[in-house]
Ligand binder design. Structure first.
Ligand code: SF4
Ligand code: SF4
Length: 430
C-alpha cells in the first residue's frame, strides 16, 4: 500500500465558513465542502498553497518547524533558499543575511544557491546525452513533480533525475559539519532549511526515494524574517561567508534555472494555472524542439512562495540589483565536461505515476463507472455553482459514482425531485 503523503497545508475547521473560495480555486479539485466546512483530499492535494492565499477567513494554514526547535541539536546548519535574499531592501552583500543567521544561533550556513550552481552544471551534462527523454522537466519545484506523478504518466520519465539543490545542499552541509567537528555524530547535527513555500516543507517531511531527508527542520521564511531583520547589523566579518554567484541567486525567480544551462531551447513558466496549460501541451506532444522546461507553481518562481514576505516582483527586482555585485558562478564543479558521469549520490530515483482518479483496477468496472459519470453529468445543469460542495458538476458526478456524494446534494436535482413528487401527489389527489 502506498505510504500516505504528509501535507503541510491544512484546515482550521473552526475558522472555515464554507464560503467556497478555496473550492473554486484549487487547481487539482482537491477540496470539497461537507457540512459547511472545507475538506482537503490528501491524495489529490499538491501543496500549492493557492487555498491559503484565497481564503478570506485565514482558515487554511501551512505548518513548519519553529526556530526554538534548533535547540534540540548540538550543532545546526542553516540552509537559506536564494529567495530569502530578495526579502531585504538595499541588500548589496549576501553576507549580511548569512551573518544574521549565525547571530540568530546557527553554527554554520550552507547556501542552497551553491548547490543550485552544482545542479546547473550537472543538468548541462545530462542534457548533452542522446539517450534521454526530451524535453527534460526541472525537478526543483515539488508541486510540479507531485502534479506530474498524479496526472501525467507519460511525463514522469521527462523529469530531471538529479536531486534538487536543497537535497544536495543538505548532504554537503552535513558532510562539512562532520569534517569540521569529528567529535559530533550525525544525530548531533541539525540541518535546517529556510523555506519559501509549504510544498518544500511537505517534500522534505515525506523524504525522497523511500529515504528520510537529510534535512531535520524546515522553517518558514516569513516566521524567521523579523528575528533575522532584528539581528542583521549591516556589519561584515573579515572572512567572506557566501560562495554563490549570479547563477545560484537566479534560481530564486522564473527563468533562472533554465538560463544557467546556456542553451536557448528552453521554456520557463510560472503560476500553477499556466503550468498546467504547459503540461497539457507537452503531454499532447507539443514543443518537441525544446530541450528543457522549467516550471514553477508560484507566480514569479520561488520568490512568490506562500512563506515569503515580499511581493515576488519586488523581490525579483532586488535580486537583480544584488546580482550586479556577484561573479557568474562560484561553483563550477562540473564545468564544460559533457562526457563526465553524474555522480550517483546526486541522482534521484524515478518519479512513479500514482493516479488519484482511477475509478477501478478492473477495466470493465472502470468503463461502467465512467459511463455512469457521463450519464449523471448530462442530468446536471453544468453551471459549476459549487452549492453541492464539489468544484464542478463533472466532479460532483464523479463523487456520486465514487459514493462520496449523494445526487440529492445538487439543489437543482433536489428541486426537480420535489417538483416531480408534488406533481405526483397532485395527480393522486385528483
Ligand atoms: S475559502 Fe475554503 S477554507 Fe476558507 S472559509 Fe472558505 S471554504 Fe473555508
Ligand atoms: S494546497 Fe493547493 S492543491 Fe492543496 S488543497 Fe490547497 S489549493 Fe488544492
Amino acid at each position: 500500500m502506498a505510504k500516505e503523503y504528509r501535507h503541510s497545508v491544512s484546515l482550521d475547521r473552526d475558522r472555515c465558513k464554507g464560503c467556497t473560495h478555496c473550492l473554486r480555486r484549487c487547481p487539482v479539485e482537491a477540496i470539497r465542502i461537507h457540512d459547511g466546512k472545507a475538506r482537503i483530499n490528501s491524495n489529490r492535494c499538491i501543496d500549492c498553497g493557492v487555498c491559503i492565499d484565497v481564503c478570506p477567513h485565514k482558515a487554511k494554514k501551512a505548518t513548519s518547524d519553529k526556530l526554538a526547535d534548533i535547540k534540540r541539536f548540538k550543532y545546526t546548519v542553516a540552509l537559506p533558499a536564494p529567495s530569502l535574499y530578495g526579502q531585504f531592501d538595499n541588500l548589496d552583500d549576501i553576507d549580511y543575511v548569512l551573518q544574521g543567521l549565525l547571530d540568530l544561533g546557527f553554527d554554520d550556513v550552507y547556501e542552497v544557491s551553491r548547490a543550485a550552481e552544482v545542479v546547473s552544471g550537472l543538468t548541462r551534462i545530462y542534457l548533452s546525452r542522446d539517450d534521454i527523454e526530451k524535453p527534460v522537466i526541472s525537478s526543483a519545484c515539488p508541486v510540479i513533480v507531485r502534479l506530474i506523478s498524479l496526472r501525467y504518466p507519460y511525463l514522469c520519465e521527462n523529469i530531471l533525475p538529479i536531486q534538487p539543490p536543497v537535497d544536495i545542499a543538505a548532504h554537503r552541509a552535513r558532510e562539512r559539519a562532520l569534517e569540521k567537528h569529528p567529535e559530533l555524530t550525525s544525530e548531533d547535527i541539525g540541518i535546517v532549511f529556510i523555506s519559501p513555500c509549504p510544498a518544500k516543507v511537505s517534500y522534505i517531511k515525506n523524504g525522497s526515494d523511500g529515504k528520510k531527508s537529510d534535512i531535520d527542520l524546515v522553517l518558514s521564511m516569513s516566521d524567521i524574517y523579523f528575528d533575522l531583520l532584528d539581528v542583521m547589523k549591516m556589519e561584515l566579518s573579515s572572512e567572506p561567508i557566501s560562495h554563490t554567484g549570479m547563477i545560484g541567486v537566479s534560481w530564486a525567480s522564473t527563468g533562472g534555472e533554465a538560463s544557467a544551462l546556456f542553451n536557448d531551447k528552453y521554456l520557463a513558466a510560472d503560476g500553477i494555472e499556466n503550468v498546467i496549460r504547459v503540461l497539457e501541451q507537452i503531454d499532447n506532444g507539443n514543443f518537441p524542439y525544446l530541450e528543457f522546461i522549467e516550471l514553477n507553481a508560484c507566480n514569479g518562481g520561488c520568490v512568490g512562495g506562500m512563506m515569503t514576505v515580499e511581493n515576488p516582483y519586488i523581490a525579483k527586482a532586488r535580486l537583480q540589483t544584488l546580482k550586479r555585485y556577484l561573479p557568474v558562478s562560484e561553483n563550477w564543479d562540473f564545468r564544460d565536461d559533457s562526457n563526465a558521469e553524474i555522480p550517483e549520490k546526486y541522482l534521484s530515483g524515478p518519479v512513479e505515476y500514482a493516479p488519484v482518479s482511477a475509478l477501478s483496477s478492473n477495466m470493465s468496472e472502470a468503463m461502467a463507472k465512467m459511463s455512469r459519470i457521463q450519464e449523471i453529468h448530462k442530468m446536471l445543469p453544468d453551471i459549476d455553482c459549487g452549492f453541492c460542495g464539489s468544484p464542478t458538476c463533472y466532479c460532483f458526478a464523479e463523487d456520486v459514482v465514487k459514493g462520496s456524494a449523494d445526487i440529492s446534494e445538487c439543489i437543482f436535482m433536489l428541486r426537480e425531485k420535489m417538483q416531480k413528487a408534488a406533481k405526483e401527489e397532485q395527480h393522486e389527489d385528483q
